[in-house]
Ligand binder design. Structure first.
Ligand SMILES: [Zn+2]
Ligand SMILES: [Zn+2]
Length: 365
């Protein structure tokens, strides 16, 4: 079987791997769609390891072959379409028991050299198939598997990761609900997914910001339910937000930008309402010179970290996709075959095919 292997910064090699033996408690998934997100752009540009890695952490596929015990444990059978979380759990820790596999040390590639996480783990580790940019992915006993509801195509199911992040960040972390006012910074697949989830949850005002490069994405944001879109290159976003909210500011500010530096945080602090706003952040800057701590304290702001998704968020995202309530096909704009993985990642990073919002890698095309 064939896999695209990252062998260095911006370097992909195509390698063949033997089909692994499937033990009684394991399975093999035929990859239908591997979603590509901004994280892939980052991991491809600055690989966290020198080891060869099959990237691809947003994986939808068909159970091609499964051991008896695996099928019993997971409630799946051969031929089922599933979404596999990229977190391969330990199954024993407090986080796993909460369905919060994202926090399990077994998946923490930053601190644990033996961690398993799809799209991150070294391809040197047998049976090698730890990423979705390949024809098959190996599922051990501790893979976390979700059924894709009937009637949902693999391509739309490929949106489950950004949508699950939408549920996790805006609803669970940000507390968005009926009548909430929300600022979503960044109109990529992540910001658009947040838009859909906030709309579904009953937000009364959704403002999405973007830059001049994001024109097509801003249009989609409006079509998916954003009440206002602001081009930060052309307008003063804070002045505009205050105008829209009658000077009140918003309840919740979500940062879905990439590489925008300290700007989204500073805007979030100012755009939040007078007291007790919530800000969900995901910057990974090492330093933040002149962080406005006093403003944060005086405004009684809560800052939360956007960190992936829980089991429950994935299930709610799949239900949201299955409801067909929103025209989500406006987000799944592009498909790429395995041979074009390099172009696909670059395109998601705005440096290849123009106009990409969500790219689906389809390894059999
Ligand atoms: Zn991702
Ligand atoms: Zn665990």
């Amino acid at each position: 079987m064939l896999a695209a292997v990252r062998t260095g910064a911006h370097k992909t090699e195509f390698r063949e791997y033997p089909m692994p033996e499937v033990p009684d408690d394991g399975a093999l998934m035929k990859v239908e769609v591997a979603g590509i997100c901004g994280t892939d752009v980052k991991l491809y540009k600055t690989p966290p390891t020198a080891d060869p890695v099959i990237m691809g952490h947003e994986n939808i596929g068909t159970i091609a072959k499964a051991g008896r015990e695996f099928m019993q444990r997971k409630g799946v059978k051969e031929g089922d379409l599933v979404f596999v979380e990229h977190y391969v759990m330990c199954g024993k820790c407090e986080w796993c028991h909460l369905g919060q596999y994202r926090h399990c040390e077994n998946t923490n590639w930053r601190t644990n050299p033996d961690a398993i996480r799809y799209g991150y783990t070294s391809a040197k580790k047998a049976p090698h198939l730890w990423g979705g940019f390949a024809q098959y992915v190996y599922l051990p006993w501790n893979a976390v598997v979700h059924h894709v509801p009937k009637g949902v195509t693999a391509e739309l199911a490929g949106l489950v990761t950004p949508m699950a992040n939408g549920v996790e960040w805006s609803l669970f972390d940000g507390g968005v609900g009926y009548n909430s006012t929300v600022l979503i910074q960044g109109p990529g697949q992540q910001g658009l997914s947040q838009t859909v989830i906030c709309k579904q949850a009953g937000a009364s005002l959704i403002i999405v910001t973007g830059t001049s490069k994001d024109e097509a994405r801003m249009k989609v944001a409006s079509e998916l339910g954003a009440d206002h879109v602001i081009n930060v290159d052309e307008e003063d976003p804070l002045a505009r937000i205050m105008e829209i909210t009658g000077g009140r500011g918003v309840d919740v500010a979500l940062d879905c930008t990439a590489g925008a530096g300290t700007f989204p945080i500073l805007l979030g602090v100012e755009a939040l309402k007078r007291k007790a706003g919530i800000m969900v952040v995901q910057g990974e800057m090492k330093e933040f010179p002149n962080f406005p701590l006093e403003r944060v304290t005086v405004k009684f702001i809560t800052i939360k970290s956007a960190r992936g998704h829980s089991f429950k968020a994935c299930e709610l995202a799949l239900a949201q996709i299955a409801s067909k309530r929103f025209p989500l096909e406006k987000i799944t704009t592009h498909r790429f075959g395995l041979n074009d993985v390099d172009l696909a990642i670059r395109s998601v990073g705005n440096q290849g095919v123009p106009g990409v919002i969500h790219a689906s890698l389809m390894p059999w095309e």
